[in-house]
Design a protein around this ligand. Structure first.
Ligand code: ADP
Ligand code: MG
Length: 264
């Protein structure tokens, strides 16, 4: 069985990073870190504060100068700049919520949908009706997307500040996803969430997995990550301490050491 499955040509991972290295001055924030994630799979990244988890995303999305290679669906994209990576379907949500505070929840999403929503100045002057049609189509699409991300219609016309914190976190994910993503990087999506919101987040992550999105999730909540991750990468002091299934990682003596040695 094992032989047969290894003999089959393995499909390319949605995202693979190899030998990532980042220095901030004298500090080695990341040292030779590799992992991969396949479509419909969730990779968890865990580790103590300062382990290099967020830096992993900076390195993956070319926001810092780094060593190593990055490939998307089997294509080397190591030299592609951040906006180019987003256009290729690699999207990222940041650790802090970032909204257009003066726009409604719905218009926040319309704004990030870009070309779909904006007819362009020249287009709207020359063909106002077509521009208006495109805009309302974008609003319909945005409303559908918000519902898909668990944001009820009652919140769509409100400002981001006016909706509950748990819903704001879902909005962050919807905005990062934008008009589509093959790979979605989330940085502590459950930060500050209570039990019920946490459960809604889990359901959203599972839904995105079923839709074939490859998810990478940095998370402190062990219960959450153990429940949804297919594989876990444990970072410590910028290095990869362990990499395997949740069960493997949980029993890894080095992981137990690192966490037990520094009770948080
Ligand atoms: N822009 C930066 N300049 C200098 N040092 C940084 C910068 N960003 C992060 N660091 C340092 O790099 C290390 C890893 O940080 P980070 O990736 O944010 O850790 P984590 O997300 O695991 O908490 C930490 O020691 C942090 O202080
Ligand atoms: Mg971080």
């Amino acid at each position: 069985m094992a032989l047969a499955s290894t003999a089959r040509a393995a499909p390319s991972p949605a995202l693979r990073v190899e030998g990532l290295g980042v220095r901030y001055g004298a500090l080695v924030a990341l040292d030779d870190v590799s992992w991969e994630v396949h479509p419909g799979e969730l990779l968890g990244i865990i580790g103590p504060n300062g382990a290099g988890k967020s830096t992993c995303y900076e390195a993956t999305t070319a926001l810092v100068s780094r060593q190593g290679r990055v490939s998307l669906a089997g294509h080397d994209v190591s030299d592609v700049p951040p906006y180019g990576l987003a256009a290729l379907g690699l999207k990222r949500a940041f650790q802090q919520n970032a909204f257009f505070e003066d726009l409604s929840v719905l218009d926040n999403l319309v704004a990030v949908l870009g070309a779909r929503a904006h007819a362009g100045l020249l287009g709207s002057v020359l063909r106002p009706l077509a521009a208006a049609r495109r805009r309302s189509a974008a609003q319909v699409y945005a409303a559908q997307q918000l519902l898909r991300f668990g944001i009820p219609a009652a919140y769509h016309a409100l400002r981001p500040k006016e909706i509950p914190y748990g819903v704001q976190r879902m909005l962050s994910i919807a905005l990062a996803f934008g008009d589509g993503a093959s790979v979605l990087l989330l940085d502590e999506p459950a930060a500050g969430l209570g039990g019920e919101d946490m459960e809604r987040l889990v359901q959203l992550l599972l839904k995105l997995k079923r839709d074939g999105v490859a998810l990478v999730v940095i998370e402190h909540h062990m219960d959450l990550i153990m429940a949804v991750a297919d594989r876990i990468c444990v970072l410590d002091l910028g290095r990869r301490l362990a990499y395997g299934t949740p069960a493997q990682v949980r029993q890894d003596p080095q992981v137990l050491d690192a966490y037990l040695g520094r009770a948080s």
